[in-house]
Every structure is written in structure tokens, then in C-alpha cells.
Design a protein around this ligand. Structure first.
Ligand code: UDX
Length: 434
């Protein structure tokens, strides 16, 4: 099939490269000429494992030519379907900001007006239930002066990609959700995903678009709430001196619970959990429903960094003292600091007038933009030298391997927020939930 992808962020670029690898002819449309040039040189504009190989193989000089990037929306004429992979950021009140999606849909509608051929538009971005049917489709109809279902199709296909493993997750899905409000759009999506369904044998779910939108929010809300639940239970374990990980290993044997997402600690970060839970919660409250469990999931998550700092306070007064922050990215394997738990930890140390020095193998420069006035060390040993306390926030391998380096601390108080290291003689060790 001929597929166009609007947007070259971590979702757009990943699915463009993966669709090309599945045998489709793909055009990736973006307004940023630098991004377009980067992709056409065979290089991905974002960091994701496996993406350099795929973009090089399909867009590079000697590649298959099945992937090309452009700023020209008219390129969709040569394609059968267009995926909208545009940002849906969080507004100040937590609700979803659809302005970029609306602009993209308007541009797409204007383009559709100029063709007589059938075309299917697929919403890929995470949007609250009803957006495809009540916002995107009316824009497409108004701008194209055509009728959805008659002149063009509309679908909704949510993604479940984790940062750092997006290529793997796309090519090894646990489900493929093909939301559609007309049969022809569904048929087109089946044709596009057929190579992946054959390759992965993943189950295909065929709801209407608003149900597809809700499946995405339910998926992320459940994962965020599961982490907060094991953190809530972990906090109780800590009060009893019980190891929450021993409890988690046991309950994970119940296949209704599973062992996934039971790692208690300093909590979840990233650009999705917080944004998605806030957006669906705001949408629920607009409909006079109070999502108490989702509110609690956020409340427990917000507690965890303060619990880490309180455990430190129990052992050392850090005012005027050097404190090491080990790990800044929201999880290992990425340089992304969005909603990282290191942010409230740094804020708390600033309130304690600590002399903060931080280490992260890849995310330090991103955090320096946010906090230029704290120190950054180039390796974990340097960050510990002379420190009165060390807080472990991200379990990078470089951090899990630390041991003798802690002996260079002035008072070896180590508060572990990720079960990154083992307690041992010579350090005053506290695990957040163990
Ligand atoms: C998540 C969803 O997993 C993905 O399906 C969706 O499409 C986007 O959001 P991502 O945010 O990239 O992906 O990371 P994920 O690996 O899910 O971890 C999210 C956060 O939860 C991280 O901060 C991680 O440290 C934390 N986490 C995860 C825990 O604290 N404990 C766990 O057991 C698992």
C-alpha cells in the first residue's frame, strides 16, 4: 500500500520506518524542513533503538526508497491512507490540547478537496473519546466539502509504544486496534496492517473510533494505576520493615496480576502516563464523573519523591552539604526527562539548601537546560566524591554497578528509589519500599 504519515515525532517516525519495512511505500510529512532533510539522508530525527537501521535501509542513499520525507501535504495524493501522528499536549488545566491535530486535519481536508480518489484518514495520536468522530471528521468534511464514509474514510489506530523500545513494540504488538466508523476505512486499515498481523499473529480488535480512543487511555491509566498501587502497598511494607519486592514476586505469580509493572519505587514519569491520566480525568469531570482511582494514582505517584527525601532527612541534614542525584531520565534507555521523578527530587533538595550534583549517562544536558545552576558530573564516581547523601532516581546500569565508589562519600547515606543496588556494610542504606 501507499501510506502517508503526518508528523515525524517518536511515533510518526517509528511507524513510518516500520511500515516501510513491512513493504509499504511511505511518505512522512512534517513542517520542519530540517527533520525532512535528516530522514531523507537516512538518519532518524529521534533516538530509538532499531530506528537508525530501518531509516537507513529505506530512506538512505542506497536504501530501498520505500521511505521518503517531505513538507508537501499534496504528497498524500499518491497514497491510499494518511496517519495523523501529531502532538496532543496537556493544557494548563490538565485537559487535552487538540490545536495541533485540528490544524493538521484542516490542512489534510483542504488537500482532500482537490482529489476525486478515495482516501482513508487514520488518527494515530492519543485523543480523548469522541475526538475522531466529533472534531476531526467534521473538520475534514468542512475543508474538503465531502462526506465521510462516502468520499473518504476515517479510522482511529492507537499506539502502545514505549520510549526506548518503540520499534520492538510496533513490530511485536500484543494487540492491533483498528477503530473505524465506516467499513471501507476498516478494510483499508486491514490491508495496511496485514503484513504485521501475518508476521506477529497479534489479535486484531475492531471497535468504533471512540472505543479505540478509550482503549488507549484505559491501557495507560491501568498501567499508571498499577504502578501507583504497588507503590501504595510498598509504602505500607516500608512501615512494617517488609520487602515490597518479595511481596511483589509472590503476587506476580497470580496470572490475574502478572509480574509486569510491580517494581515499586520513586514512581512513574515520562510524557504519556501523566498527560493521558490528566486528559481522561479532565474529560470525565467534564461529564460530571469524578475518577477517584485515577486521582489516587496521581496522588500516590506525587508522594514518592517526597518519601525518598524524607528517608534522607531521617539520616542527614543536607543543608549546605553536597548531595548526589544518581539518574535524571524518567527511565533507563532514554535521554527524556519529561515528568522525570528527578525533577521533584531536585526541587526538594533546593528547598533544603543542598549543594546538588547530578549524574546521568545521557540525560544530563537536557536537565542542565532546566536546572543550569546545579552541578553535573561526567561519571557516577565523581558525583559521589565528598557527598553527604546519594539519591538513586533512575536505575541505569552504570548506577546499579556502583559499590566501592560509595566509600568516597563523607557520610555514606544512600537512599535507593529504584532497587538499583544492594544494602551492604559501610553504607547507611534505605530502600524506598524495601
Ligand atoms: C508508556 C506505556 O508503557 C506505553 O504503552 C504508552 O504507549 C506510552 O506510555 P513509556 O512512558 O515510554 O510507555 O514508559 P514505561 O516503560 O511504560 O514506564 C513508564 C514509567 O513507569 C517510567 O517512569 C518507569 O520507571 C515507571 N515504572 C514502570 C515503574 O515505576 N515501575 C514499573 O514496574 C514499571
Amino acid at each position: 500500500m501507499q501510506v502517508s504519515i503526518v508528523g515525524s515525532g517518536y511515533v510518526g517516525t517509528t511507524i513510518a520506518a516500520c511500515f516501510a519495512d513491512l513493504g509499504h511505500e511511505v511518505v512522512n510529512i512534517d513542517i520542519d524542513e530540517d527533520i525532512v532533510e535528516t530522514i531523507n539522508s537516512g538518519t532518524p530525527p529521534i533516538h530509538e533503538d532499531g530506528l537508525p537501521e530501518l531509516v537507513g535501509k529505506h530512506a538512505g542513499q542506497d536504501g530501498t526508497g520505500r521511505l521518503r520525507a517531505t513538507t508537501d501535504y499534496d504528497s498524500i495524493f499518491a497514497t491510499d491512507a494518511t496517519f495523523l501522528c501529531l502532538p496532543t499536549p496537556q493544557a494548563d488545566d490538565g485537559s487535552i490540547d487538540l490545536s495541533v491535530m485540528e490544524t493538521g486535519a484542516t490542512q489534510l481536508g483542504k488537500t482532500l478537496e482537490a482529489t476525486e480518489d478515495w482516501h482513508t484518514v487514520v488518527v494515530k495520536s492519543t485523543v480523548i473519546p469522541g475526538t475522531t468522530e466529533d472534531v476531526i471528521t467534521p473538520i475534514l468534511e468542512e475543508e474538503s466539502e465531502k462526506t465521510a464514509g462516502e468520499h473518504f474514510g476515517v479510522g482511529m489506530n492507537p499506539e502502545f509504544l514505549r520510549e526506548g523500545t518503540a520499534v520492538h513494540d510496533f513490530l511485536n504488538p500484543d494487540k492491533i486496534v483498528l477503530g473505524a466508523d465506516d467499513d471501507r476505512a476498516l478494510a483499508d486499515m486491514h490491508d495496511i496492517f496485514e503484513p504485521l498481523v501475518t508476521k506477529s499473529d497479534a489479535p486484531v480488535v475492531e471497535p468504533d473510533t471512540r472505543t479505540a480512543e478509550m482503549i488507549k487511555y484505559a491501557n495507560n491509566s491501568f498501567l499508571a494505576a498499577k504502578v501507583s498501587l504497588i507503590n501504595d502497598i510498598g509504602n505500607i511494607c516500608k512501615e512494617y520493615g517488609i520487602d515490597a519486592y518479595e511481596v511483589a514476586d509472590a503476587i506476580g505469580l497470580d496470572d490475574r496480576i502478572s509480574e509486569q509493572f510491580l517494581r515499586s519505587g520513586v514512581g512513574w514519569g515520562g510524557s504519556c502516563f501523566g498527560k493521558d491520566v490528566a486528559a481522561i480525568s479532565a474529560a470525565a469531570r467534564e461529564r460530571e464523573y469524578d475518577p477517584a482511582m485515577l486521582r489516587a494514582a496521581v496522588e500516590v505517584n506525587d508522594r514518592q519523591p517526597n518519601r525518598l527525601l524524607s528517608l534522607m532527612d531521617d539520616h542527614v541534614d543536607v543543608s549546605g552539604e553536597r548531595v548526589a542525584v544518581l539518574g535524571l531520565a524518567f527511565k533507563p534507555g532514554t535521554d527524556d526527562i519529561r515528568n522525570s521523578r528527578a525533577i521533584p527530587v531536585i526541587e526538594g533538595l533546593q528547598e533544603r539548601n543542598a549543594d546538588i550534583v547530578a549524574y546521568d549517562p545521557v540525560a544530563a544536558e537536557n536537565m542542565r537546560e532546566r536546572y543550569p545552576n546545579i552541578s553535573y558530573a561526567s561519571n557516577p564516581a565523581a558525583v559521589l566524591d565528598g557527598a553527604a547523601a546519594a539519591l538513586i532516581v533512575t536505575d541505569w546500569e552504570e548506577i546499579t554497578e556502583l559499590d566501592a565508589e560509595f566509600d568516597a562519600m563523607t557520610t555514606p547515606v544512600v537512599i535507593d528509589g529504584r532497587r538499583a543496588i544492594d544494602r551492604r556494610d559501610g553504607i547507611v542504606y534505605e530502600g524506598l519500599t524495601w
